[in-house]
Every structure is written in C-alpha cells, then in structure tokens.
Design a binder for this molecule. Structure first.
Ligand SMILES: *Cc1c(COP(=O)(O)O)cnc(C)c1O
Length: 402
C-alpha cells in the first residue's frame, strides 16, 4: 500500500495543519471566528478576481479564519495546494459542475453516484445546455467510447455510494487528461486516508465533510481540494458568486473531528473488516461487498489503490421482500446501531436501499448499467457504516436480526 508523500505523518498533519497557537492570547486550541466582516487597513478594497492565499480577510463569503483553518487542514491531508469548503457535500458537487461547465460542454458522470449528484447531473445540467453522459466508470471501454471533443469533466466516486464499486483512478485520469478533461472524484466513502487521489491523477478531490472528516454526525459541510489555480476559480464562482459557504462554527467542529481522522479510519477499517467477515458467515446474508474482503469483485484494485478500506459495507439478504422484512426487524430490535441515513460517524448507522425504488427515483439506468448495479446490489442492499463501537457489540446487535 502506497504511503502519502507529505512532510509530516498523517496524524501529525491532521492535528497541526492549518492551526497555530493564537499569537495574542497564546491559546493552544483554535478560536471560532464568528465574524462576517474584517477591518481593512487600507482605503482601497480588492476585487474578488485578485484574491490570493495571502489576501487579507475582508468578508466571510470570501474567506474566514476558521474556515481557512479547515481548508488548509484538508489540503494538507490530501497533499494538494488548496481547498474550498462549502455549506454541504452537495454544495461541493455543485461548485465543481457550475465552475467548470458551460452550455455546450459535455460531462461524464458515474452512472452510480451519490443520489443527489446523479439527480443534479441528470435533471439540472441538461436544462442549462450541458451535455451529460452517465457511464459505468469501472468499465474503461465504456468511458473511452463516451469521450467527446467537448468533454470538459469526468466525475467519479470511489468506492461508490451505496454499492462499494471502485473506479481505477489512475486509468480514468489517463483517459481524462488524454482528452483534455478534468477528473473530479467524490472521495467521501474513502476519506483522505483511503487513497492518494492526487498522486493517482485526480484534479478535484471532493468530500462531504459531514461524513468521515467531521466524523461525529453533528455538522454538515463539503470540501473540494486541488491545485491553487482550480480552487481559486471555484472560490470565485461557488463562494463569492453562488454563496454556498461553510459557517465558521461548522468549520471549527469539523476541524476538531478531522484532527483524529487517521486514528478513526484505522478503527473504522478494523471494525468493518471484523463485521464484514462475520456477515460472510451468516446463512441469512446472501452477499457482502467490502473492499477489504477477497470476495470483493475488484479486490485486486482495492489492494493496489486503497490505503485504508474504510468502514462502509454493503450486504444483501435475498430478495426485496426479505430485505424489507429485515429492515423492519432492525428498526424494531437494534440497540447500538442506528437505523438512519448518513455515514462516517463514530456511531454505526444502517439503512436499506431497495434497487427498484432507487432506479425509479434517482439512477434510471440502462439495462446494461442495471446489470452492473445488480451484480453488486441484487434486489437491494443494506448500507452499513461501521462506527467506532467495539466490533463484538456491533456483531451481537446485528446477530439479533441476521
Ligand atoms: C452524503 C454524501 C454527499 C452529499 O453530502 P451532504 O453533506 O449531505 O450534502 C455526496 N457524496 C457522497 C458520497 C455522500 O455520501
């Protein structure tokens, strides 16, 4: 497994990057700067177009010290120059699409993506004159065939929510860059510890920081990390013009969570490995998808690409009616694991996703794409986000229903 090339180790970076003791008070912990405006020391303002990393703080929609701290921390964890934080993960996805795409451009989006991203790509972008192709990005031939002269962006997600299918980032980056397109990757499931996305060629690394980076289920936010030049363009469009900024209080909470991310990801990985191996022994469980299991259809890729296999498991319990009955039993009986959406928190969360319902509401896949989806999800999957509780307690909880 590859090691990230930064000056400090990952845990030191997570704690110290973006932070410094307060020069006036000596406070060791960072302050929350709940200020929307900042006093200028010169009579002339500056244009948003001139904004640089050393520009003074002016107004919180441009930048704010608490948000800046989180942005520097995430950029350091991803080993890139810069980061833009946004009000939510969806605001981060919108920021990518609306900064880099214009009418007449073509974008390729993974046919299975976070449902909100799929709906945005399918329903909103075409309304604005943007050509959209939804492609199975685990199929490099399908991707090569989908490229057009006006392809500006490829957006993927790995492992993909909710089925845990992987994208070979180095291979997709070669195809994207060969075609003159940018590659963005929603790395929410992997977290910054899960893969060296920048080294693999990803230009824009996106996270819902509501999930692993914040890690405690108490604040919604998003982030996109990349080169200073790309992030500067995004700050102008997405923050200054579209206005979807992260609040300083949420930035502070999320940075506090981020400080323990490498330690937490080790625990998520070992807990998920234990739970996934136990699930494979249950006769009621018909299929388990976890990148740390040799039974994952892309196990070789997982071994090559992933530096932490994270805490997200997908599993099946037979057909849709068996899935629904099991979901109801979970709602009635689970004591430790919460039956709820979202993921990446210290608390374990589980939610059932029926294939037919998701196809109608979000994915609307072609029959070949549906075959690929069903190879992972069957009639429906349980998405289990393994938290930081003791694996034995999670197994005992699940053992009541599986
Ligand atoms: C949750 C999630 C999002 C959306 O993030 P929000 O913070 O809820 O807006 C995007 N992508 C993935 C993979 C997610 O899990």
């Amino acid at each position: 497994m590859a090691k990230r090339n930064t000056q400090s180790g990952p845990q030191t970076t997570a704690i110290h990057a973006g932070e410094a003791p307060d020069p006036t008070t000596g406070a060791s912990a960072p302050a929350i700067h709940m200020s929307s405006t900042f006093i200028s020391d010169a009579p002339a303002g500056f244009s948003a177009h001139d904004l640089g990393p050393d520009s003074p703080y002016l107004y919180a929609r441009w930048s704010n010290p608490s948000v800046d701290m989180l942005e520097r921390k995430i950029a350091a964890m991803e080993g890139v120059e810069a980061c833009l934080c946004t009000a939510s993960g969806m605001a981060a996805a919108s920021a990518i699409f609306f900064t880099f795409l214009s009418a007449g451009d073509h974008v390729i989006v993974s046919d299975v993506s976070y449902a909100g991203v799929t709906e945005l790509a399918r329903e909103t972008l075409p309304r604005l004159g943007i050509e959209v192709s939804m492609v199975d990005l685990s199929d490099l031939v399908a991707l090569a065939n989908a490229l057009r002269p006006n392809t500006k962006l490829i957006h993927t997600e790995t492992p993909v929510n909710p089925i845990g299918r992987l994208t070979d980032l180095a291979a997709v980056a070669r195809l994207a860059h060969g075609a003159g397109a940018l590659l963005s990757c929603d790395a929410t499931f992997a977290s910054p510890l899960g893969q060296n996305a920048a080294e693999l060629g990803v230009d824009l690394i996106m996270h819902s920081v509501t999930k692993y980076i914040g890690g405690h289920g108490d604040a919604v936010g998003g982030a996109v990390a990349g080169s200073a030049e790309l992030i500067k363009q995004m700050r102008l469009e997405a923050s200054i013009h579209h206005g979807g900024i992260l609040s300083p209080f949420n930035a502070w909470l999320i940075a506090r969570g981020a400080a323990t991310l490498p330690l937490r990801m080790k625990a998520h990985q070992s807990g998920a490995q234990a739970v996934a191996e136990w699930l494979e022994t249950r006769s009621s469980v018909t299929r388990v998808i976890y990148p740390g299991l040799p039974s994952h259809p892309q196990y070789q890729l997982a071994q090559r690409q992933m530096t932490n296999t994270s805490g997200m498991i997908a599993f099946q319990v037979g057909n849709a009616s068996q899935g629904e009955a099991t979901a109801q039993a979970m709602i009635d009986k689970l004591k430790v694991i919460h039956y709820a959406v979202s993921l990446g928190h210290h608390r374990s969360l589980i939610f059932w996703m029926e294939t037919a319902g998701l196809m109608d509401s979000s994915f609307k896949l072609t029959s070949a794409q549906l075959d690929s989806y069903r190879a992972f999800a069957g009639d429906g999957i349980f998405r289990l986000s393994v938290g930081l509780e003791d694996a034995d307690d999670l197994i005992a909880d699940l053992g009541q229903v599986l």
